[in-house]
Design a protein around this ligand. Structure first.
Ligand SMILES: N[C@@H](CCC(=O)N[C@@H](CS)C(=O)NCC(=O)O)C(=O)O
Length: 223
């Protein structure tokens, strides 16, 4: 049986959660609340000395890193082939995106959330406008690349069906919503893509994002 350790306010955790739910992979879920520092306890540190979520455990095998976890699940469980294609070139395109993802989509969308929500909460200081402006500019450059390099004229980032790449990307691009910011607002191409991804993921998408929606509602009430 698969066991996962997640906090649903974490983007890579939501990707793992949605993948398990969408593909009906039997699992148990242990919530590790980052805001309560549950990732710093001795028990969790023994499991993942890097003190980060997500973590997966399967028959004694422990794995960290969402990218590795998703690929492990896609290759070890009976899931539709489109997630992580077996055809070498189609699989390589997914690997190409997931290699790029962490220093681009993830880094830049996360920074917006960190500067606007996490830092003020942790330090009690207001958002630094210069840092936020730089983060937003970098995010715009990443969105340009998502449109021109990955999406181009295809329905999904790596072809004509949904893959792990789309799942990782959408979870990151949702994160600034926690600050009341819809980063796809003026991007019809990415909006259409997002609608396609969300309809492929069905109810598990909203279930995974319910905590983020609560943050969004609080943030937009303040605007
Ligand atoms: N590259 C890792 C990133 C894991 C990560 O940074 N997790 C964050 C939550 S999104 C975390 O656990 N942060 C706690 C900390 O750094 O103290 C992945 O994709 O799984």
């Amino acid at each position: 049986m698969v066991k996962v350790y997640l906090d649903l306010l974490s983007q890579p955790c939501r990707a793992v959660f949605i993948f398990l739910k969408t593909n009906n992979i039997p699992h148990t879920l242990e919530i590790v609340a980052l805001r309560k520092a549950q990732h710093k306890t001795p028990e969790f540190t023994k499991l993942n000395p890097m003190q980060k979520v997500p973590v997966m455990e399967h028959n004694g095998f422990v794995l960290t890193e969402s990218d590795a976890i998703l690929k492990y699940l896609a290759t070890n469980f009976s899931v539709p082939e489109h997630w992580y294609p077996t055809h070498p070139e189609r699989r390589a395109k997914v690997d190409e995106y997931t290699a790029w993802h962490h220093m681009n989509t993830r880094l830049h969308a996360a920074k917006v959330f960190i500067y606007q929500v996490l830092m003020p909460r942790m330090t009690g200081q207001p958002t630094d406008p210069a840092k936020l402006e730089k983060a937003l500019k970098e995010l715009e450059e990443t969105l340009d690349k998502l449109e021109s390099m990955f999406l181009r004229r295809q329905a999904f980032l790596c072809g004509d069906d949904i893959t792990l790449a789309d799942l990782l990307a959408i979870c990151e691009l949702m994160q600034p919503l926690g600050a009341g910011r819809d980063v796809l607002k003026n991007r019809p191409q990415l909006q259409h893509w997002s609608n396609r991804v969300r309809s492929a993921l069905k109810h598990s998408f909203d279930e995974a994002h319910s905590v983020l929606y609560q943050l969004r509602d609080k943030a937009t009430a303040k605007l």
